[in-house]
Design a protein around this ligand. Structure first.
Ligand code: AGP
Length: 610
């Protein structure tokens, strides 16, 4: 989710680059940089917010009519000046910015170092700059030809934007997965990772298709496929205003982020399953002996992150047979927990800044436990306090209500659980491979669930005036029920509670009456019949039932006032699919009630106080 801009024209590039990067501010960043050509290549990079870079450039004149800029959302390498983009080759003549993950960067880096290239950063991106330099040296070809060769060597996801001070009239752009948009108007050439950065210059833009390369020059764009064949492309005319463009045309960031979830699941899996069907978590550096000595796992988190931890407890215990305790971070250190060096504490915090969770893992470390953090923000506090970090690659989440980061956490936690089982040899490798196959099918399955948003929207209209809603589930479905209740209460302000379905008869069932809808999460084969019995129980008390159930489940249909069908996956992975209709349900109800889902009252995106 980095922000990329590029300009070639007849005006000074720097102010245009900075203005474009400011337009991409909503994409979040932890560092920023520019490269401008005026005979030589001049690069300025700074960790921190864009204003840090602007301060750095204050009073400096960076003339030049060609340039590229980048606001970084770190995935590899901490947010430092050295790791900020643009990255250059050894000659300093090539500068390049990148969004995505180059999966074979380590293999290529070893080869290029062997050829004598000197690297200045720990990023995967820099590899591309040296690779292009290497090709230019070997073939003395054009930058376009060198990039066309390079993109057939690089593996993974990349939106690359590259310039060469020896060829100051063009920008070469390549896309394999992450979006990148080009445009040309009135003698200028433009590049951006998202439309808002282009709207000030043109409304006629060309979003590159996957596996395309573009040569952008003054007033002209040529597009090629990765085989080097030129393709004809027609610009699209953008009617959006600036705010709509930042939300990608969605009405709210929360809805945009719900619809980003297939890519988020894909990106969190990327590079973490090898060709042999094994989990590859390079970021978890403990040796197998250390992992085998783990006697207990404790999960500490708050809010939505607590719910992903609740689901993960089932996965970790099932795959590894290690007992798992689950604590709200705000409670954990006050209960005098039993911890020692054989305990592994998992701190989950998408922001990486939640005070309760930070305090909990610091306490755990003082007690001698090992700590692994699951977080979405590179460079956040939790990454400095933990012994190991597993990043979710969800990109910045603007909406206060956590959605895509929740699904990313579930994916990362299941990968981690499978990794523990694999390294401790506590699970049949065939079962691991089978589960990984199910994980890799999830992005398309999430897309399928999102296509049913119309049914969810209709149900939301029907129940938008409810004053109380009960959510129930069993097993991992309980975590989904609690998360669905939290989503609804935090953005629609309706009183909503999540309960283990088996617990209803111990009190909460007294709440049920006509007009109190019950949302039931009906998944997980071995608990299915018991859930059906609970649904019959609540219907007998006059409650409407809104069911999340596997596709084609006719028994569920017969018991549903509203039915949200989801594709079938492995029971332990079902929260990744079952949660999506409940996110939409909460969102559409909030909209029906005229509320702003992105900025709910009383709440902050990151709770940095205890
Ligand atoms: C979830 O929608 C809320 N925004 C809130 O409960 C959040 O999950 C909680 O504050 C924890 O945040 P963290 O993941 O950054 O620690």
């Amino acid at each position: 989710m980095c922000g990329i801009v590029g300009y070639v024209g007849d005006r000074s590039a720097l102010p245009i680059l900075i203005e474009g990067m400011e337009r991409l501010e909503y994409r979040g960043y932890d560092s920023a940089g520019v490269a401008v050509v005026n005979g030589d290549m001049t690069v300025a990079r700074k960790a921190g917010r864009l204003s840090e870079l602007e301060a750095e450039l204050e009073g400096r004149d960076l003339p030049g009519l060609l340039g590229i800029g980048h606001t970084r959302w770190a995935t590899h390498g901490a947010p430092t000046d050295e790791n900020a983009h643009p990255h250059r080759d050894c000659s300093g003549k090539i500068a390049l910015v990148h969004n995505g993950i180059i999966e074979n960067h380590d293999v290529l880096k070893a080869r290029l170092v062997g050829e004598g290239h000197t690297f200045m950063s720990e990023t995967d991106t820099e590899v591309a700059a040296h690779l292009i330099e290497s090709i230019l040296q070997e073939r003395s070809c054009s930058l376009l030809e060198a990039v066309l060769e390079a993109v057939n060597v690089l593996e993974g996801a990349f939106a690359l934007v590259c310039i060469n001070s020896d060829d100051p009239d063009r920008i070469i752009v390549a896309r394999q997965e992450p979006p990148i948009i080009v445009g040309a108007a009135d003698g200028v050439g433009l590049v951006a990772s998202d439309i808002p950065a282009l709207l000030a210059h043109t409304r006629d833009v060309i979003p590159l298709d996957n596996r395309q390369v573009a040569e952008v020059s003054r007033g002209s764009v040529r597009v090629f496929d990765f085989a080097g064949e030129e393709v004809t492309v027609e610009p699209v005319h953008v009617e959006w205003n600036m705010e709509a463009a930042e939300k990608g045309g969605y009405e709210d960031f929360m809805l945009k982020e719900i619809f980003e979830q297939p890519d988020v699941v894909r990106d969190t899996l990327r590079g973490r399953v090898d060709r042999e069907g094994r989990v590859k978590l390079d970021e978890v550096h403990w040796d197998d002996e250390t992992l085998r000595r783990i006697s207990k796992v404790v999960v500490v988190a708050c809010g939505t992150s607590f719910h992903s931890g609740m689901a993960a407890k089932h996965s970790i215990e099932h795959y590894t047979r290690i007992p798992v305790e689950l604590d709200l971070a705000s409670e954990f250190r006050y209960r005098d927990p039993v911890l020692d060096e054989t305990c592994l504490v998992i701190g989950i915090a998408q922001s990486g800044e939640t005070a309760d969770t930070l305090a909990a893992i610091r306490f755990a470390k003082e007690m001698g436990a090992k700590v692994v953090a699951i977080t979405n923000v590179v460079g956040s506090s939790i990454t400095r306090d933990a012994d190991a970090v597993l990043f979710t690659h969800a990109g910045p989440e603007i909406g206060v209500a956590a959605t895509k980061t929740f699904l990313a956490q579930l994916v990362a936690l299941n990968l981690f659980a499978l990794y523990l089982a694999q390294q401790r040899q506590s699970m049949d490798p065939a079962k691991t491979a089978e589960t990984l196959t199910a994980l890799q099918a999830l992005p398309e399955q999430v897309e399928e669930v999102l296509r049913s948003q119309g049914e969810v929207h209709r149900a939301a209209k029907r129940y938008a005036d409810a004053s109380d809603v009960i959510f129930i589930g069993r097993g991992v479905g309980t975590a989904v029920a609690l998360e669905g209740a939290l989503k609804l209460k935090e953005i629609s302000y309706i009183h909503a509670e999540g309960y283990p379905a088996g617990e209803l008869k111990h009190g909460a069932i007294a709440l049920l009456e006509p007009g109190v809808p019950v949302v039931a999460v009906l998944t997980g084969a071995k608990l299915y019949d018991k859930m059906l019995a609970n649904i019959e129980e609540v219907r007998a008390r006059g409650a409407d039932t809104i069911l999340v159930a596997p596709q084609g489940d006719e028994r569920a249909r017969a018991l549903a006032n509203e039915l949200f069908e989801v594709p079938v996956t492995k029971p332990l992975l079902s929260p990744i699919l079952d949660t999506v209709p409940l996110q939409l349900f909460a969102y559409f109800i909030a909209k029906e009630r005229g509320l702003s889902p992105d900025k709910p009252r009383n709440l902050a995106k990151s709770v940095t106080v205890e």
